[in-house]
Design a protein around this ligand. Structure first.
Ligand code: ADP
Ligand code: XUL
Length: 539
């Protein structure tokens, strides 16, 4: 739907694992434009797979920071070339994959201030990063640093009480520690450390953007009670870290106007405001307009489950983040590393590489899969900390293979049973009226959503756009302009379309999956014991 020619627009960007996406909404909150740059296919010179490089140790996972910069050049060039009128954008915001870090080199701040609009950002920022390959959320190479951090603050639970999470390898604090220890000179050359979200905001601002408290909660460095850095955590990580990080700000903050580079090169108006960028999961919470009582399930590169909570109850599993749209509230989050990429692998092996055949397998197999249960952790899982593929028949005996159709259902049921089991451990319970809100690439698949509805025994809704992080960023841009005057997020996005009902549970679902969940929990325990005899991991 095209916007009225003079209507003001709000832009949301999402620097996610596999692509950079953009969406524009008008004042009626209708989506008027969307586009994306897929890293692997559009920027093949960076040789990423799924947007990342997995290093030889299989634990270190990075992305080239200049790939993200170049993707922004390409996206804005295309918007301009195809006649998108960027002068109508009144405010923009964005999100980034969480936890990833960007190390700006000494002098980069000066460069950002004087960007020459005749050149691309990629040309201008070639020498602006002390570390060219940014650690991303899939990295699990900082086990030692996690143990050190927990020891320094008085244990895993104490760290969770302060920062919302025990130490996790992908969290930025342990990544910073590791870099300081193994790349001493690069660390000394660093003048500022950003998250992927605040790095992207810095490009638009022409200066370093503050880290917002919601994405900042994914670092093991922020005190989620005071919403400021925790001194004890900073000290345990690196000297003078507060200087390298800058002060955190509320997620609704307006950071300033877009830099003159964007005005001159792309025709943005000088009045266009940049609202603090945040993490992709917090931005999704905004995009789905999640209410207390709802549960959101995001099916992207990673699968995540999140809830709106009023009072933090940090535990040894899961994370509590500051809420991105309400400064008094929090959100709880669980992250599962083996999401879409594992579904793609099983699709390729058991369904001829076709989502159609994958869906047909789900349609053709019964709820409960005749008792067959599978765990598919192609890479070291985050929740729970286990690895490998483990299949069990209806007698709980481990088997080495399942027929292709049964394998597909075992994968999807196993993934959703795990999402439910761990959400319940975090305090979530299914009550009448519970809505499951689904988003992310795989939420376009109706058969997958049917299994989700059956396993949770609750109706599943989606929003029009499968990328709620992008949409949430556009909503946050709009809300940021009025947040200071006390307008709530929900009031500012009242006009947004309601989520669509996509699936309702089968009448037998409750009986089948309540029982199966108990068996699943016992089998997961067995898988965990097997894994821990191979490898003990932090987070
Ligand atoms: P991210 O934002 O993490 O880059 P997305 O949320 O865009 O990822 O999801 C991308 C994933 O969506 C792809 O890896 C793909 O596996 C999955 N996907 C796309 N279409 C389908 C489909 N019809 N059925 C299941 N999964 C799908
Ligand atoms: C959340 C997490 C991932 C990333 C990438 O803790 O690690 O969901 O945000 O999407």
């Amino acid at each position: 739907m095209a916007a009225a020619p003079d209507s003001l627009l709000y832009l949301g960007l999402d620097f996610s694992t596999q692509q950079l996406k953009v969406v524009a909404i008008d004042e009626n909150l209708s989506v008027v434009y969307q586009n994306s740059v897929q890293f692997d296919s559009k920027l093949p010179e960076f040789r990423t797979q799924g947007g990342v490089h997995i290093h030889a140790d299989r634990l270190t996972v990075t992305s080239p920071v200049l790939m993200w910069v170049k993707a922004l050049d390409e996206l804005l060039d295309e918007m301009k070339r195809t006649g998108f009128d960027l002068s109508r954008v009144r405010a923009l915001s964005g999100s980034g994959q969480q936890h990833g870090s960007v190390f700006w080199k000494t002098g980069a701040s000066q460069t950002l201030k004087q960007l020459n609009p005749d050149q691309t950002l990629n040309q201008l920022l070639q020498d602006s990063f002390a570390v060219k390959d940014s650690p991303v959320w899939m990295d699990s190479s900082s086990r030692q640093q996690c143990q050190d951090l927990e020891a320094a603050v008085g244990g895993a639970l104490r760290l969770a009480e302060i920062t919302g999470s025990r130490a996790y390898e992908r969290f930025t604090g342990s990544q910073i520690s590791k870099l300081r220890q193994i790349r001493v000179q690069d660390f000394l050359d660093t003048e500022r450390i950003s998250l992927v979200s605040s790095f992207a905001a810095s490009l638009f601002l022409g200066g370093y953007a503050a880290i917002d408290s919601s994405d900042g909660s994914g670092m093991n460095l922020l005190d989620i009670g005071t919403r400021n850095w925790s001194e004890i955590c900073l000290e345990a990580t690196a000297p003078h870290l507060d200087r390298l990080l800058g002060a955190p700000v509320p997620s609704t903050s307006v950071l300033g106007p877009v830099s003159s580079y964007f005005v001159h090169r792309y025709g943005f108006s000088e009045g266009c405001r940049v609202v603090a960028f945040t993490g992709d999961n917090p931005a999704s919470l905004a995009g789905m307009r999640l209410h207390q009582g709802d549960i959101a399930v995001s099916l992207g590169t990673s699968d995540t489950v999140f809830l709106w909570i009023q009072q933090p109850r940090p535990a040894l599993e899961g994370h509590v983040f500051c809420n991105p749209v309400d400064q008094e509230a929090y959100m709880a989050l669980l992250c599962f590393k083996n999401g879409s990429l594992t579904r793609e692998r099983v699709r390729n092996q058991s369904a001829g590489g076709s989502w159609e055949l994958f869906s047909a397998a789900l349609r053709d197999t019964p709820l409960g899969n005749n008792g067959n249960i599978g765990f598919y952790f192609d890479t070291m899982e985050i929740t729970p900390s286990a690895v490998g593929v483990h299949r069990f028949d209806s007698n709980n005996s481990e088997v080495s293979s399942l027929s292709p159709e049964v394998e597909v259902r075992a994968l999807v049921e196993g993934q959703f049973l795990s999402r439910r089991l761990h959400a319940e451990r975090l305090g979530y319970s299914i009550i009448p009226g519970t809505r499951v809100l689904a988003t992310g690439g795989a939420s376009s698949n109706k058969e997958i959503l049917q299994v989700l509805s059956d396993v949770f025994n609750a109706p599943v809704y989606t929003i029009d756009l499968s990328n709620s992080a992008c949409l949430g960023s556009a909503y946050r841009a709009l809300h940021g302009l009025v947040a200071e005057s006390g307008v709530s997020f929900f009031d500012s996005v009242k006009k947004a379309p309601e989520p669509q009902l996509m699936a309702t549970p089968h009448p037998t679902a409750k009986q089948v999956y309540d029982q199966m969940l108990t068996r699943f929990a016992q089998l997961e325990e067995r898988v965990l014991q097997k894994t821990s005899s191979h490898q003990i991991s932090c987070g």
